[in-house]
Design a protein around this ligand. Structure first.
Ligand SMILES: [Zn+2]
Length: 515
C-alpha cells in the first residue's frame, strides 16, 4: 500500500457506507480515500511525509452536498443589506436601513436589500415604492422578498425599468397596483429574474470577486463540499464564469450545474452533455420552472411536455420545479409523457421541492422512481407561516419525507439558499424534529431519523446528480471530501443538532477550512 498524504485517526467515523458504517481511521492519498479502518491500520499507510491528525474521538462525516441552491443569487445577497426578520421587524425599520445605505452610497447607484418577509413585519404587508421613496429618492432601490418570487422597486427604479401605469402585465408576472389609482405600487411578482437581467447593472468584476470570496468561506465553514446549482437562468456564460472561479481556486466546493431549457442548444453546440466537466465542475440536468399564476399553469401542460421531451431527447436529466399540488401533478404528468414517448431507465427524473404531495401523486412518483429534492430548512424558517396560511389537508401533505422514503424514493437534502439559510445541520435538525422556529411541529408523522437525514445530505444528494460512485460516503477510492464535527449528530438529542459546528472541512484531501 502506498504511503498516505493525510491520516485522520482516533475518529468517530460515520462513513454512510453500509458495508463499513463505522471506523476509527481514514487515510487519504491525493484527492481520494486510500483506506478506511481502525487505528491499527496507521502502520500500513504512514510514510515519512504523512500528516497525521489525532481527532481525539471527534466525529467525521462525509462532506455535505446541498442538492439545490442558487450560488449567484447568494452572492448578490452577500453584497446587499439584510432585511430578514432577524434585522428588521417593521416597515419603518426597513426605511431606516435604506436611509442609512443611501447616506453611504453615491446618488444614482443601486441599493439592494434582501430577504424582507412581510409575514413577520408589524404592518403585515409588503413595503411600497412610496415607502422607499421617503428613505431614498435619489437612488434606484430594489428590495427582494425572501422567496425570490417578489420584489419592490422605488419610483426611480420603476422608471429605469420603464414600468408605468400603461405597462401591461408581463406573461407569468404581475405588476401590483394601487386599488384606487391603478398606479404600480412598486411590488412586482415573478419579475425578479427579468429586473436583475435587464434593469439592474450586472455585478462588476470587483463585486463578483468579493462576493465569491465571501460565498466560498461561507460554504466551507458549513462543511458544504458540493453544491448543485438549480438556477433556471444558468447558461453557457454562467458555466464559463464557474470555470473561471474553479481554475483560480476562488470556489473550492464542487459544483454541479443545472441550466434552463433555453440554453440547451448552447451546450449542444459546445458538444457538452450530462456529466461533462470534471469533479470540480460538472454539467447536470435541465431545470424547468413550473408555476401557477392566477390559476393558470406557467408554462402550459403541453408546452411543459414539449420542453421536457426535448431535454430528455438531448440526453439530459430533467429537474422540474414544482411546489403546489397542481404543479406537482403537472410535473408528474410531463414525466409520464416523456417516459411513454422515450422509455429509458436510469434517467433519474428530479422534482425540485415537491412541497404538496397527496397519496395519489406519491404513487405515480414512485412508479417513475423520481428523485425528490427537498428543503427541510423551510419547515424551520417558514413553519409559522405554513401553519397560519395552509389548510389542515395541505399541511398533511406538506414537505413529506418519511412517506417518500417508505415508498422507496431517493430523497436528496438541500436548502434553496439564498431563499433560506443553508446550514446543513439546521436542515438535519429540521427534518428530524419538523419544528418551526416557534417550536410548533408540522406533520410529525413525516419525521425521520438523524441517520436517514444524513443520508439525504450525502448519499442521496450524490445520487441525485449521478455522482454516487465518487461522492456521498467515506469509502476507499471515493473523493476525500469530509468534515469534522464538534459532536456526533446521531447521538445528539434532536433539538441540539442545529448547534453542532463544523470544525474542519476537507475537499479532495486538502484541509480547506478550520474553525
Ligand atoms: Zn430554487
Amino acid at each position: 500500500m502506498p504511503a498516505a498524504d493525510l491520516v485522520l485517526k482516533n475518529a468517530n467515523l460515520i462513513t454512510m457506507d453500509s458495508s463499513q458504517p463505522e471506523a476509527e481511521l481514514v487515510a487519504i492519498k491525493g484527492d481520494k480515500i486510500l483506506l478506511v479502518g481502525d487505528n491499527e491500520a496507521l502502520e500500513q499507510v504512514k510514510g515519512d511525509k504523512t500528516r497525521v491528525i489525532d481527532c481525539q474521538g471527534r466525529t467525521i462525516v462525509p462532506g455535505f452536498n446541498d442538492a439545490h441552491c442558487h450560488i449567484f443569487s447568494f452572492i448578490r445577497k452577500l453584497l446587499s443589506f439584510d432585511l430578514s426578520p432577524s434585522s428588521v421587524s417593521s416597515i419603518s425599520d426597513i426605511k431606516a436601513a435604506i436611509h442609512y445605505q443611501a447616506q453611504n452610497t453615491p446618488k444614482g447607484e443601486w441599493l439592494t436589500g434582501t430577504d424582507y418577509n412581510e409575514f413577520y413585519l408589524t404592518e403585515k404587508r409588503h413595503p411600497t415604492r412610496w415607502d422607499i421613496d421617503e428613505a431614498a429618492p435619489y437612488h434606484p432601490v430594489i428590495l427582494v422578498h425572501r422567496s425570490l418570487h417578489a420584489c419592490v422597486l422605488n419610483s426611480l427604479a420603476l422608471s429605469l425599468a420603464g414600468i408605468t401605469q400603461e405597462t401591461p402585465e408581463p406573461p407569468g408576472g404581475l405588476i401590483h397596483r394601487d386599488h384606487n389609482t391603478g398606479q404600480p405600487d412598486g411590488i412586482l411578482f415573478e419579475m425578479l429574474g427579468y429586473i436583475r437581467e435587464k434593469v439592474v447593472p450586472p455585478l462588476s468584476d470587483g463585486e463578483l470577486l468579493k462576493g465569491i470570496g465571501l460565498a466560498n468561506r461561507h460554504y466551507l465553514s458549513l462543511g458544504i463540499t458540493s453544491l448543485q446549482d438549480a438556477t433556471v437562468t444558468n447558461d453557457f456564460g454562467r458555466w464559463q464564469t464557474f470555470r473561471r472561479f474553479k481554475d483560480t481556486g476562488k470556489l473550492r466546493s464542487r459544483v454541479s450545474m443545472m441550466f434552463g431549457a433555453e440554453a440547451l442548444y448552447q451546450f449542444q453546440e459546445q458538444g457538452l452533455t450530462l456529466g461533462s466537466g470534471d469533479s470540480q465542475l460538472r454539467l447536470s440536468g435541465v431545470k424547468i420552472m413550473l408555476n401557477e399564476a392566477r390559476g393558470q399553469l406557467q408554462p402550459s401542460q403541453s408546452e411543459l411536455n414539449r420542453q421536457a421531451h426535448s431535454a430528455h431527447q438531448a440526453g439530459f436529466q430533467l429537474a422540474i420545479h414544482a411546489v403546489e399540488q397542481s404543479t406537482v401533478k403537472a410535473a408528474i404528468t410531463a414525466l409520464e409523457y416523456v417516459h411513454r414517448q422515450l422509455p429509458q431507465t436510469g434517467r433519474r427524473y428530479r422534482i425540485e421541492h415537491c412541497s404538496q404531495c397527496p397519496p395519489e401523486l406519491l404513487k405515480r412518483l414512485s412508479r417513475l422512481q423520481t428523485v425528490v429534492v427537498t428543503q427541510p430548512p423551510f419547515l424551520c424558517y417558514s413553519g409559522e407561516r405554513y401553519l397560519a396560511t395552509l389548510s389542515a389537508s395541505q399541511l398533511q401533505w406538506l414537505y413529506r419525507i418519511k412517506s417518500f422514503l417508505d415508498n422507496g424514493l431517493i430523497v436528496a437534502g438541500s436548502s434553496d439558499c439564498p431563499v433560506v439559510p443553508d446550514n446543513p445541520l439546521v436542515g438535519i435538525y429540521a427534518a428530524v424534529t419538523r419544528q418551526a422556529e416557534s417550536g410548533q411541529q408540522l406533520s410529525p408523522q413525516e419525521c425521520i431519523s438523524t441517520s436517514q437525514t444524513l443520508t439525504m445530505y450525502t448519499v442521496g444528494a450524490a445520487y441525485a446528480s449521478f455522482e454516487e460512485d465518487t461522492k456521498g460516503s467515506i469509502t476507499q477510492g471515493k473523493l476525500a471530501d469530509m468534515v469534522i464535527l464538534s459532536s456526533d449528530p446521531i447521538k445528539s438529542p434532536p433539538k441540539r443538532i442545529k448547534d453542532i459546528r463544523v470544525e474542519m472541512t476537507i475537499i479532495g484531501g486538502k484541509v480547506v477550512w478550520e474553525a
